[in-house]
Design a protein around this ligand. Structure first.
Ligand code: UDP
Length: 236
């Protein structure tokens, strides 16, 4: 039995580039697709939001002189590119998926609609929600919170390259220790960074728990669904 019935899986664009430094690493993409297939076979309904940081980030663009809003729109287009790549990789291993877009761009994807998404997930499709929230000044973390709440997911699974929330950045501080669970209030009070504040607040106010885990280790997604405590649960 899977621990959750319906999930919103957030994948980072940055992880998708693997060791390449830019773009999409076919091996990493294939690993993600196979991990998703494994949990789909457990009967889980799956919605996915994927970032765009492997291609373009609006904020970094504006530091180089790009107009912020156009830069953010470029970032949102980057998430569409990644979503199409993931959909293609899922198709290659026999999975049905639908790319939905927050900005109208048929025939690339269907314009997002909560009820169509739920219907599709119930029919066994994996729904990939692309273009974030459709608005500049937001991130795909906020897009994930929004879509997770809308599709009435039991949890947001935040796949990262670290295995949970730590007392400090484990890549910089070797004494940092990991939380098995933590509340949203503790996240604010300790000044920990799980997601940006807008995204975190949306989850807190709408009571959507987040499970942070390392998605880059093949097999971890299934372990989370089987109830193994390999990451950190953030809740109210
Ligand atoms: N973005 C945006 N609105 C959204 C979601 C994303 O403007 O609702 C833009 C923003 O410029 C961001 C980029 O898309 O920098 C890529 O998304 P993100 O940085 O969240 O990707 P990740 O860091 O997860 O790879």
């Amino acid at each position: 039995m899977a621990r959750f019935k319906r999930i919103l899986l957030k994948l980072s664009g940055e992880s998708l580039m693997g060791n390449q430094g830019y773009g999409i690493d076919a091996t990493r993409l294939g690993d993600y697709a196979r991990q998703i297939k494994e949990i789909h076979e457990m009967g889980v309904q799956i919605g996915i939001v994927i970032g765009g940081g492997n291609i373009f980030r609006g904020l970094s663009g504006s530091q180089k002189g790009f107009d912020r809003v156009k830069g953010d729109q470029m970032g949102m287009c980057a998430t569409v590119i990644n979503s199409l790549a993931l959909s293609s990789a899922l198709g290659a291993i026999g999975m049905k998926s639908k790319v939905m877009t927050a900005i109208r761009m048929e025939p690339i994807g269907e314009f997002y609609n909560k009820w169509n998404a739920i219907e599709a997930m119930k029919a066994g499709y994996i729904c990939i929600f692309s273009a974030g929230t459709g608005n500049p000044y937001f991130t795909t973390d906020t897009g994930s919170s929004l879509r997770g709440i809308e599709i009435e997911a039991d949890v947001m699974l935040k796949g990262t390259r670290v295995d949970g929330v730590y007392t400090a950045d484990p890549e910089k501080d070797p004494t940092a220790t990991k939380f098995t669970e933590i509340t949203y209030d503790e996240i604010y009070n300790k000044g920990l960074k799980v997601m940006d504040l807008t995204a975190t607040t949306m989850c807190k106010e709408n009571n959507l728990p987040i499970y942070v885990f390392n998605m880059d280790v093949v097999g971890n997604l299934k372990k989370v669904m089987e109830g193994e405590e390999i990451g950190t649960l953030v809740h109210n």
